[in-house]
Design a protein around this ligand. Structure first.
Ligand code: HEM
Length: 318
């Protein structure tokens, strides 16, 4: 019998921290690629390629498949919407497209499963296919849907945080300068940037297990609940001057990664990526200036982030 070998944190404590040298190399490579340019897109050339490359490596998803799953994710996100717009013909067409994209994405992760079942390879997915966890082997259906979730969750929100961090710092030159002079502020700085511009605005997966009274209103048992993290992160009862960016904010108990038993599983990886990416961007990019403010935003109610952030630059330091 194969010895149980648990493949993810916390049972593989080095899995994320050991990625740091690779993350730094990737960040350096992306910044080196901007040499000689006077205008860059901080989303397409920086915020997007890093997390997608890292999550593919962690999971063992071939990077050459990125254009395919990128398209499925974009199409599915276009159809993830709530509110009156969902009654329109136009939305129903988008929903059909979104459902089809999710099905194709599911077939893709099922093919990955089959490939790794035939021939084990690198990464977490292959290990999950071939090894027992605490409750035995994970069934194929569960594994392929988790693979889909991890590919999606593993980069989408991180892209938005890197893009928002660049945008927000360029809008706050004092904070940018402070971070350039005191690079150690990147740790508290990234928490503040996530509080200030929440990648996940709300999360539509909870419901009341019993009647709950809040501020004179009763949420009846069984009612769906949307936890509005973006709003909580600007709550003046929790944060002093919530609309001010303060990279040194103390006791910053934001809800950018959620809270409770569903707290973001990927937060340590996201933090490592964003700290390295934003820290190096600030250190190496010479005289960055926003070209367009506000930039165009992606169309989604839950996942918020700019589609492009054009930045004029004078050069890239070593
Ligand atoms: C800046 C980047 C990220 C942000 C802002 C973020 C935010 C969140 C939020 C708000 C939740 C919902 C928590 C809740 O239900 O209360 C969540 C859940 C989750 N995230 Fe992230 N996330 C990020 C990166 C990642 C990465 C890199 C991964 C995977 C490697 C990941 C995997 C997950 C998973 C699997 C869940 C579901 C956890 C559960 O339901 O138990 N996330 N994330």
């Amino acid at each position: 019998m194969m010895t149980p070998h648990f493949v993810g944190p916390p049972d593989a404590p080095g899995l994320i921290s050991d990625l740091e040298p690779e993350i730094r190399r990737l960040v350096d490579g992306l910044l080196d690629g901007m040499r000689g340019k006077t205008r860059i897109d901080a989303v397409d050339e920086f915020a997007y390629p890093l997390p997608v490359t890292v999550i593919c490596k962690v999971l063992g998803v071939p990077l050459e498949d990125e254009p395919r799953f990128h398209r499925w994710i974009e199409t599915a996100l276009d159809a993830w919407e709530y509110g009156p717009e969902t009654a329109s013909e136009e939305f129903r067409a988008r929903l059909a497209g979104g459902n089809q994209a999710v099905q194709e994405f599911g077939r893709f992760t099922a093919e990955l499963y089959d490939r790794y079942a035939r021939q084990p390879g690198p990464g977490m997915l292959s290990a999950m296919v071939n090894e027992d966890g605490p409750e035995g082997r994970m069934p194929k259906g569960l594994l392929t849907s988790n693979a889909l979730l991890l590919i999606f969750a593993g980069h989408e929100t991180t892209v938005n945080l890197i893009a928002h961090s660049v945008l927000t710092l360029l809008r706050h030159p004092d904070a940018l300068e402070n971070l350039r002079r005191r690079p150690e502020l990147i740790v508290s700085g990234v928490e503040e940037l996530l509080r200030f511009e929440s990648s996940v605005q709300f999360w539509p997966t909870r419901s009341a297990v019993e009647d709950i009274d809040i501020a004179g209103t009763t949420i009846p048992k069984g009612a769906p609940i949307f936890l509005a993290y973006g709003s909580a992160n600007r709550d003046p009862r929790q944060f002093t001057d919530p609309d001010e960016l303060d990279l040194e904010r103390r006791d910053n108990q934001h809800l950018g990664f959620g809270q409770g038993i569903h707290f973001c599983f990927g937060a340590p990886l996201a933090r490592l990526e964003v700290q390295n990416a934003v820290g190096e961007f600030v250190r190496r990019v010479e005289n960055p200036r926003l070209v367009e403010d506000p930039p165009p935003y992606r169309r989604n109610q839950i996942f918020r982030g700019p589609r492009h952030v054009l930045v004029d630059i004078d050069g890239i330091r070593d």
